[in-house]
Design a binder for this molecule. Structure first.
Ligand SMILES: Nc1ncnc2c1ncn2[C@@H]1O[C@H](COP(=O)(O)OP(=O)(O)O)[C@@H](O)[C@H]1O
Ligand SMILES: [Mg+2]
Ligand SMILES: [Zn+2]
Length: 236
């Protein structure tokens, strides 16, 4: 490995063969000294926090240019209203929910919200639903200095806005349903808002992620926005 770490960096082997993999060396004076492998491990842990980056495709989203100027105006106005009352919504824990077919602008509008929330100095965690679950799964083999499940869970519960794209898109297992419920329920109880996009209508989403999770989300949504239209990616 280029960085000297075996496998994915979760290994408990010291790349320099100096410590027992824990990052500390016991000196002859019985004091513990930092091994050279400790800093890279900690740096990796710091970088494995929540993702608050707007993907390149959506970085330039703005109300005054396409595609937002071409997206269904009811939905765009709802986003504008939400942003105008952002502080109240962040405080009360009310977000927006975008539902509709592929290529109708759901992700675009949700990214626009997140971008504005970040711009005003609040924290946002942005994940597609499958990525969020993969990130949670990763913590189950967290190495030394890496974020544990409960640390990640706490961050996801505390972030000002949790943005989940393509809700229900992942393969459903008991584990997935339980993870989504605990997270969404916890945010509901703490009155922390979410913005979600999904290709599923209510009934289908209930089948995908379970009625009690959908019910919590509905209570946390200022509006459920139905996005009409055909897939804009295929319209010339
Ligand atoms: N109503 C629309 N009119 C024109 N282009 C659009 C519209 N909605 C989305 N787009 C464009 O289509 C692509 C898909 O949009 P996206 O927001 O990712 O859709 P969704 O999340 O609903 O699948 C993007 O490149 C976006 O710029
Ligand atoms: Mg999308
Ligand atoms: Zn070491």
């Amino acid at each position: 490995m280029a960085n000297g770490f075996a496998d994915n960096g979760n290994s408990l082997t010291c790349p320099f063969g100096r410590c027992d993999g824990g990052g500390w060396i016991l000196g002859e004076d019985n004091l513990a000294y930092k091994c050279d492998c400790l800093e890279p491990r900690l740096a990796k842990a710091r970088n494995s926090g929540i993702n608050s980056v707007i993907p390149a495709r959506y970085r330039g989203v703005s109300f005054d240019r396409p595609p937002v100027t071409e997206i269904n105006s009811t939905a765009v106005n709802a986003v504008r209203d939400w942003i105008d009352s952002m502080d109240t919504h962040l405080d009360k824990g009310t977000g927006l929910w975008f539902e509709g077919g592929i290529g109708t602008g759901k992700t675009t509008l949700a990214m626009l919200m997140s971008k504005e929330v970040l711009k005003r100095g609040h924290s946002v965690a942005i994940y597609s639903c499958p990525k969020l679950l993969a990130r949670i799964r990763e913590t189950f083999n967290a190495g030394i200095g890496e974020e544990t499940y409960s640390e990640l869970f706490e961050r996801l519960c505390e972030v000002d806005l949790l943005h989940v794209d393509d809700l229900g898109a992942e393969k459903q297992t008991e584990w997935v349903l339980e993870q989504l419920y605990s997270l969404i329920n916890e945010r509901y109880e703490r009155e922390k808002p979410m913005v979600v996009t999904t290709n599923f209508d209510l009934t289908k989403l209930e089948e995908q992620i379970g009625p009690r999770t959908v019910s919590r989300l509905l209570q946390m949504s200022h509006h459920v926005l139905d996005m009409p239209g055909d897939d804009a990616r295929f319209i010339a």
